[in-house]
Design a protein around this ligand. Structure first.
Ligand code: SIN
Length: 490
């Protein structure tokens, strides 16, 4: 049912304020609610149900019931529904982007970009559904034929973050639906409305009852997540978020040896070598560091610059950043939106204060913005020392931490000196160095001479404590079991 407040959407039905279980929009049993606010204005956008373990169990049961029929639909039928879903996401891009901006804060231009990215996962997985081939393996035994088939794993639990309210859902849900799985999704309490709008469109595209279920929660998140990971009916858990939570969920899922995909935190190095195209490196750093106001897992966190180009890089970067206008993402002039909430602002402040106390200099910004909303001024820190917090942890904010280096060997050592390894970037025009450094960086994804790597088609994921499994390009495999069948007596 549509809410009375529609936030300027063309299609008010896209703004849903209830959870979704077994094809029905539902409240929490005890009628509790989660309040959702706009991080640019601190105003309440609406509420969603504060659900708990009982509702989660119901959602899992509904998904299990629906799995019996959804898993038997043809790949072509699932393809056709996903193609329709993709078209509906494109047709409704203005409304979907507006919802993303309202609840997450990113600019409308970025939100439209997220919708394109998000829809591209649905398109990609529509095409994957019909190409989920098995194989025939020449037999080592006479009279036997070896065949391998792929089957959907079953009910999938999907837990997503607020930094991409739409794309982190479709990256998982698209793969699950294409494979023939059914899903229980727990969107984050900060950005549930994009998830609910996606359900409306998926239903219009023909997704049947019980195939997608949404459980919204904030206070009960620990119990809900525990049920989603421990319930025996669930066969796979897919999560994007912090390394700490990824470890916790993996431990829970281990009790029943479920398949897991964990896309956890990063601490991306961004290296500018002395032979780099400096203008391109500055553009790349801006794209990579300030996307989503610095709140992505693949954002540059440590920017290493060779001493011979350090001053030039820092001043050109500062020149560009100085022009950034902060404000509501709905305002066309805005270049940088707010952070998600005041706790995020506090963390960024801590990182800046810590670096400054240890000797870093603030070239630009360096403080939260007073007044309404959760804003932090775009910041450049220079001469960041090795013992600064920002070297060890993701800042998840608009802070470019510049660190000087002298040699390739030294910078590789510094770049790899972290427990995580999601993405890494570097700029160099020496083809030998490009190969050497790309191979030496301990990360799952490398951008050479580019600050933007994200696309639906790539194997997205990390190594070390950045997670397990791959999403996107190779993602459908994670939602299927491989079954071997020997045909004997021939
Ligand atoms: C993330 O921040 O977790 C995802 C970033 C991306 O897909 O580009």
């Amino acid at each position: 049912m549509a809410s009375t407040s529609v936030h300027g959407l063309r299609d008010p039905e896209l703004f849903q304020t209830k959870g979704f279980i077994d094809g029905m929009w539902v409240d929490a049993r005890d009628r509790g609610v989660v309040r959702v606010t706009n991080p640019a204005t601190d105003e309440e956008l609406g509420t969603v149900p504060e659900m708990g373990v009982e509702e989660t169990k119901q959602a899992i049961e509904a998904a299990a019931k629906a799995f019996k029929t959804w898993s038997r639909t043809t790949a072509k039928a699932r393809h056709d529904i996903l193609v329709k879903f993709f078209s509906l996401m494109k047709e409704n891009e203005d409304d979907l982007a507006r919802l993303i901006t309202l609840e997450n804060g990113k600019t409308l231009a970025e939100a439209k970009g997220e919708n394109v990215y998000s829809a591209s996962f649905i398109e990609w997985f529509a095409e994957e559904a019909v190409r989920a081939y098995g194989e025939h393996i020449p037999s080592a035994m006479p009279g036997v034929r070896n065949v391998v088939i792929k089957q959907p794993v079953g009910v999938v639990s999907i837990l997503t973050p607020w930094n991409f309210p739409s794309a982190m859902i479709t990256r998982k849900l698209g793969a699950a639906l294409a494979a023939g799985c059914t899903a229980v999704i727990k969107p984050p309490p900060e950005t549930p409305f994009s998830a609910l709008a996606l359900v409306v469109l998926a239903r219009r595209a023909g997704v049947p009852d019980g195939v997608i279920n949404i459980v919204t929660t904030q206070k009960n998140v620990s119990e809900v997540a525990k049920e989603m990971c421990e319930n025996k009916t669930v066969k796979k858990v897919s999560f994007t978020g912090s390394t700490t939570v990824a470890k916790l969920l993996t431990r829970m899922a281990a009790g029943t040896l479920k398949k897991v995909s964990m896309e956890a935190g990063g601490n991306a190095p961004f290296i500018v070598f002395d032979d780099a195209d400096i203008d391109a490196a500055v553009e790349g750093a801006i794209l990579c560091k300030f996307r989503g106001s610095g709140q992505t897992c693949v954002c540059a966190n440590r920017i290493f610059v060779h001493s011979s180009v350090y001053a030039e890089f820092a001043s050109r970067l500062a020149e560009k950043i100085a022009t950034f206008k902060l404000g509501s993402g709905l305002d066309e002039q805005t270049k940088l939106g707010p952070l998600i909430h005041s706790r995020a602002v506090e963390k960024v402040r801590q990182h800046v204060d810590d670096a400054v106390a240890k000797g870093a200099q603030v070239l630009i910004g360096g403080r939260p913005v007073e007044g309404t909303g959760s804003f932090f001024a775009p910041t450049i820190l220079s001469e960041v020392p090795a013992d600064a917090l920002v070297n060890d942890e993701e800042t998840f904010g608009p802070v470019a931490a510049l660190i000087k280096f002298e040699t390739e060997e030294e910078v590789i050592k510094l770049a790899n000196d972290t427990d995580v390894g999601l993405a890494g970037y570097f700029y160099s025009r020496d083809v030998g160095r490009v190969w050497r450094v790309a191979e030496a960086l301990e990360v799952g994804m490398v951008g050479t001479n580019t600050g933007l790597i994200s696309q639906a088609v790539i194997p997205f994921g990390g190594i070390k404590e950045s997670g397990l499994g791959r999403e996107g390009g190779h993602g459908i495999e994670e939602y299927m079991n491989t079954k071997f069948i020997a045909f004997g007596g021939l």
